[in-house]
Structures are given as structure tokens and as C-alpha cells.
Design a protein around this ligand. Structure first.
Ligand code: ZN
Length: 251
């Protein structure tokens, strides 16, 4: 395992088996000259192309942490907490995934510590509980436990930036989902690039981010992609129709 990130690297989260969105995001990161990309989990679930997305993430990303859908694809007992359509989707995906892909998903680490950078899917205080960081209280719990200066997470599918100052006070920072967020003040940061494969902030474009560790700055990117193609894949794979419909609204 690589012990430290490049000084400038890409972040992708919540791919959710959306091959069309993943390819669009990877093209954009390539155009940006990004060579190193890290994945914040949930490679599978919801979308129509789980096996292909696993293969691409395995090959292209320097490392991947385990999301709740990745874990549930492997362990059926973990699907109990899913809502009915998410459960139907992950059951179908488990059938579509090769044994090799399932083994890879099952072996992913919950958290990756790369010196001052920490990668996680939902939380690091209790990673297996897959908590949602939606408010300052949630962010405070995670920032207190964060074993590094910058933590990057997914799971909520919502771009966000949180900071804990040296006085322990946590604040949510204004976050333009296709803008730049400086992460350069004293203290610790927790940031979410948004979802590649199933954005939920009302913008259907795929999300990803570039972190400049030396410049201490996060750039959030939104990338248009072939939503109709992703919807066709979902229908062809026999996923619930709701998963196709929500993509065009980004919800
Ligand atoms: Zn997710």
C-alpha cells in the first residue's frame, strides 16, 4: 500500500456501478493532468454496470476504501438496514458480480491513512456503523477521531467541507460544488467531493475533486455525462426503475 499521496491527486466517491459517469469523470481528471486517483467507496450498488466499475476502479485507483454497498454486496446480512429499492439493487448486483470482484470488494480496508491524508467512506470513529456526516455534530464526532489533517469521505452523496479549529470548534464552510475550497487554516478538515454515480444535491452531473496537498486547496468538479446511457444500463441489468429515474434529477 502506498504510504503517502501524490502532492496533487483526484478523489472519486460513490461510483455506484454507474459506468457512464465513471468514464466521464476519469476523462476529466486525465485532462486535468491527474495521475493518482483515490476512491472513497461504494463502487457498486444502484447502477447497471457493477462488474465493469469494479474492474476500472481496481485498475485506475491507487487505493479504495470499503463502502456500505461494497460490504453488503459480499455480506447479505448487511442488507437488512437498506431501504427496499437499495436492497433490491444490491441483491441483483451480487448476482452480476464475479467471484473475483466480490473477493476484491470484501477485502477493501475501512479507512486508509496516508500520513496527513485520511480516506474513509462514512466515518472513522466507528467505520463499520457507516454513519452519515450531515450536520456539525456529526462532523465534530468524526473530526475528533480523524488521524490526520485532511479527511475525505463520501456516503452522503453531497459535497461538503467541515473544519475543526484549534479551539475544537467545528464549522461547515461554504462549498461551491464546482468551485475551490481552501483547506489551509490551522486545524483539521473533513471534505466530501460529492458522488460520481448518483449525485443527490439536485445537480445530475457527476462529481469528483482534485486535492492539491501542497497548496492546501480542494477543487470540486462537476462533469456532464450520458445519463440516458446509464439509465439504459440500469434497466438492462434489471435494477429498480427508481434508480434510473433519480439520475436525471440528481436526487
Ligand atoms: Zn453511496
Amino acid at each position: 500500500m502506498i504510504g503517502r499521496t501524490a502532492s496533487r491527486f483526484g478523489l472519486v466517491a460513490d461510483v455506484h456501478a454507474n459506468l457512464h459517469a465513471l468514464n466521464a469523470v476519469l476523462s476529466t481528471l486525465a485532462e486535468e493532468g491527474i495521475e493518482e486517483i483515490w476512491c472513497l467507496g461504494d463502487v457498486v450498488g444502484y447502477g447497471g454496470d457493477p462488474e465493469e466499475c469494479v474492474a476500472i476502479v481496481r485498475e485506475r485507483c491507487a487505493g479504495t476504501v470499503r463502502g456500505n454497498h461494497d460490504a453488503a454486496a459480499v455480506e447479505a446480512a448487511l442488507r437488512a438496514s437498506f431501504n427496499p429499492h437499495a436492497r433490491a439493487a444490491i441483491e441483483r448486483q451480487a448476482d452480476l458480480l464475479s467471484r473475483e470482484a466480490l473477493e476484491w470488494l470484501g477485502a477493501l480496508p475501512a479507512v486508509l491513512e496516508l500520513e496527513d491524508v485520511v480516506l474513509l467512506h462514512a466515518g472513522c470513529a466507528d467505520p463499520e456503523a457507516f454513519p452519515y456526516v450531515l450536520g456539525a455534530d456529526d462532523a465534530e464526532r468524526e473530526l475528533e477521531a480523524l488521524p490526520g489533517r485532511w479527511g475525505f469521505y463520501g456516503h452522503t452523496h453531497l459535497p461538503a467541507v467541515w473544519r475543526m479549529g484549534e479551539d475544537g470548534v467545528v464549522e461547515g464552510l461554504p462549498c461551491d460544488p464546482s468551485g475551490t475550497a481552501p483547506l489551509d487554516r490551522p486545524g483539521r478538515y473533513l471534505a466530501n467531493p460529492g458522488a460520481v454515480g448518483q449525485p443527490r444535491d439536485g445537480d445530475p452531473r457527476a462529481a469528483c475533486a482534485v486535492f492539491d496537498r501542497d497548496g492546501e486547496e480542494l477543487r470540486l468538479l462537476r462533469v456532464p455525462y450520458d445519463v440516458a446511457g446509464a439509465q439504459s444500463s440500469i434497466r438492462r441489468a434489471g435494477m429498480p426503475e427508481v434508480e434510473a429515474l433519480r439520475l436525471e434529477r440528481g436526487l
